[in-house]
Write a protein that binds this ligand. Structure first.
Ligand code: CAA
Length: 240
């Protein structure tokens, strides 16, 4: 059955690979972005996937944006809360602003993205909620008190939503990517990045498509009994 999917942060990095994997699976996809108009326009041109601009940290913008997507493409069956940012700093240097920006996007952003879509999923008795957490939400990370807190919080959201949605045919699952070859990871100083790769038994960074394939699986109609779970895709860097 053709499904409609929303992917936040869906025009770059892991999100772009997710949007394309869901399209390849037959979904009609809307991808959101926060600021980079040029990258979004290029993405739409290359893939034919529609892009929408809003800040996931704002409930009002999210609700209005989601209403527009549903008007354009129909009710959203699959939501992938992928948008995320880093503001890395050792804790003694981390500012309240660095804390708040990451909380707003990575944690409150998941609430703002799923909450307006949830009532429709309950009514239609079908939904797939997939949240992109992180290995660093599982194990913590030097200079990421803010980021690790949000990514661990995302796992709590998923486990709670799974219990609330199960009877209504809605599943909620998380994926914890390890270090993936995206702009976010490439922004880590080279020496630090090399030392991190040294801690990955696979001996390499992951590819965005390797995360996208996990999402496509969880988003399918067939995965209805997988609910509240966390898939770790990290090249054996960390086990829960
Ligand atoms: N473990 C242990 N020590 C570390 C470290 C680590 N992972 N990273 C940095 N340090 C050390 C540095 O070597 C340095 O030590 P010295 O003082 O002895 O030289 C000290 O900690 C940092 O000192 P600075 O005061 O110079 O730090 P800074 O204010 O310049 O900040 C930093 C530098 C922001 C921490 C930078 O090192 C950095 O970006 N580190 C990487 C953090 C990281 O892994 N982020 C993950 C991003 S990818 C992602 O988040 C995606 C995902 O989901 C996996």
């Amino acid at each position: 059955m053709a499904r409609t999917a929303l992917v936040t942060g869906g025009s770059r990095g892991i999100g772009a690979a997710i949007s394309q994997a869901l399209k390849a699976q037959g979904c009609t996809v809307a991808a959101t972005y926060a600021g980079n108009d040029e990258a979004a326009a290029k993405f739409t041109e290359e893939t034919g996937i529609k892009t929408y601009k809003w800040n996931v940290g704002s409930y009002e913008e999210s609700a209005a944006g989601i209403a527009k997507v549903e008007e354009d493409l129909g009710p959203i069956d699959i939501v992938v809360a992928n948008a995320g940012i880093t503001r890395d700093a050792p804790f003694h240097k981390m500012t309240p602003q660095q804390w708040q920006e990451v909380i707003d996007t990575n944690l409150t952003g998941v609430f703002n993205t799923v909450h307006p879509i949830w009532p429709g999923m309950r009514e239609r008795k079908f939904g797939r909620v997939i949240v992109i957490s992180s290995i660093n939400g599982q194990k913590g990370q030097f200079a990421q008190v803010n980021y690790a807190a949000t990514k661990a919080g995302d796992l709590g959201i998923v486990k709670s939503l799974a219990q609330e949605g199960a009877r209504a045919g809605i599943t909620a699952n998380a994926i914890c990517p390890g270090y993936i070859a995206t702009e976010m990871v490439m922004a880590v100083p080279e020496k630090v990045r090399e030392s991190i790769i040294g801690q990955i038994p696979a001996g390499r960074l992951g590819e965005p498509e390797e995360i996208a394939r996990c999402v496509a699986f969880l988003a399918s109609d067939d995965s209805g009994f997988i609910n509240g779970s966390t898939i770790s895709a990290n090249g054996a860097q960390f086990f829960v």
